[in-house]
Design a protein around this ligand. Sequence first.
Ligand SMILES: [Zn+2]
Ligand SMILES: [Zn+2]
Length: 308
Amino acid sequence: MKFTVLGSGAGLPSKDRNTQSFVIDCVLEYNEYILIDAGEALQHRILHTHIKPSKIKNIFITHLHGDHIFGLPGFLSSRAFQGGEGIPLKIYGPKGLREWIETTFRISESALNYPLDVVEVEPYMDIRLNNFDVHAIPLSHGIESYAYIFKEDNQIGELQTDKLRELGIRPGPVYGEIKASETFTHDGQIYETPDFIGETIEGRKITVHGDTRLNTEKEYLDSIRNSDLLVHEATFLNNEREKAHDYFHSEINHVLDVFEDVNYKQLLIVHISSRYTDEDIKEVSASLEGRAVIAYDYFELPIPRNVK
Ligand SMILES: [Zn+2]
Ligand SMILES: [Zn+2]
């Protein structure tokens, strides 16, 4: 599984940074992608990747500011012609999203050839996907905005092949059969499969924030604790905490301070303002000392499994 950044910029796009859009790429595990936000030119960005629009089955919109949704109508329309015919799509996002999509498609007389379901999210809503539980946390951005916590289902532990070899069972398709069964027989003796399975593998936890003022409440920090990947905005990179607060955004050093105790594995900083030069970014990156990474467009961050 990996996290792909299709747009790392804030508000105004630049030649280097498109407006916000991300993909949780779990095509190897589950043969699908989860799209988060749909900044303008999303579909053009996708053309530069291996992502198949038809394999995007769920879209999560953090909030309805244009830099997070203006790429949606074009993407939805094109998906129909890119293998998406008849393949259902669900879009989750704040109240108003359905009206906006319906109005856009009605006025432009566009039609889709696949079922589209828009689910309007409410604070603390739980959403079930095929392989993930998703939890929506309300943020503070002056407009309804959410963080989505994606918790992958726990996986059955690894087959302890060394133990099977000790019994004299040689590797082959039989290993798969054993793993899928509750008991198995060898040399006339019955064995319990769980005795040959390692510890349960904890599903990965990926927390992706929409635009927001930094939240320092304990309850919120507890909910994002132990994330394998935390994605948070830092529209301000140079200690302008008060300004960030006034504009309902966050500042990078404040983010690092507040997240110091939430035990994340990786922290990805996004929503980078186009007013910062490459030199600025280099300077800030050097000061992070491995505590976080600043995203750029087409950045891919692997999210390893929690195998002990
Ligand atoms: Zn934004
Ligand atoms: Zn915004």
